[in-house]
Design a protein around this ligand. Structure first.
Ligand SMILES: [Ca+2]
Ligand SMILES: [Ca+2]
Ligand SMILES: [Ca+2]
Length: 225
């Protein structure tokens, strides 16, 4: 039995009792299977390591909202505040609580695993070391991607309808402070509906793909070399 069949995917939708949904889940599995197969040969491809590190470093800089060189809870509170301001939300609104919870979910997940010395800060070295670990541990990787998807999607999907529109994606870019090009949304979605499942697949590609032109690489804008 493959790893992917043993690990439950992060699908949170209704019971999988219709064919379309089963097919969609199958597509996600196949995509992730491809990613995980790439993991097996990662050590053999020298350039993979540098591309993968560049992507993690890029994401680290995006998360580091105050730019002080370490990730702390404050960065993720700031990220939630950026979204709240962009959406004109009151601090007591349910929608504000939802996005703050989503952002802090990302933080707590990272802190739990990446903050090796437990000082409440994640350095770039800790982040790179953690990502190096999870890319060699399919079960942990899957767990990480599912929970990150859950947190990020909760922030991204402003109307909670389960689909990321072009407008929501560009708001995401603006609030996280990365530049998204007009064609990026089409590049990422490849004509598909931008659902939680597709986001999870693209996030997996972002972390794992050795290919410079993988759609998932553009999830957080252009990765600096
Ligand atoms: Ca920071
Ligand atoms: Ca630390
Ligand atoms: Ca939406």
């Amino acid at each position: 039995m493959s790893v992917l069949h043993r690990i439950k995917l992060g699908h949170r939708g209704p019971a999988a009792n219709d064919l379309d949904q089963l097919e969609a889940q199958d597509t996600v599995r196949q995509g992730l299977e491809g990613c995980l197969q790439k993991m097996d040969c990662m050590d053999e491809i020298e350039t993979v390591s540098s591309l993968r590190q560049a992507k993690v470093r890029h994401l680290f800089n995006i998360y580091d909202a105050d730019g002080n060189g370490v990730l702390e809870k404050f960065d993720f509170q700031s990220i939630a505040d950026n979204f709240a301001r962009a959406r004109g939300l009151e601090s007591e609104a349910d929608s504000y609580r939802r996005l703050r919870d989503g952002s802090l979910k990302v933080w707590s997940r990272l802190q739990q695993h990446a903050d090796k010395n437990g000082d409440g800060k994640i350095t770039l070295e800790e982040m790179l070391s953690y990502h190096n670990l999870i890319t060699h541990d399919p079960a942990l990787f899957q767990e990480q991607v599912v929970s990150l998807t859950e947190g990020i999607f909760q922030v991204l999907d402003s109307d909670s309808d389960g689909v990321i529109t072009r407008g929501e994606y560009f708001e995401f870019a603006s609030c996280l402070g990365f530049q998204a090009l007009p064609e990026d949304y089409e590049l990422i979605t490849q004509g598909q509906e931008f659902t939680r499942e597709l986001f999870q697949e693209r996030l997996s590609e972002f972390f794992l793909s050795p290919l410079a032109d993988s759609p998932g690489n553009r999830l957080f804008g252009k990765v600096p070399k």
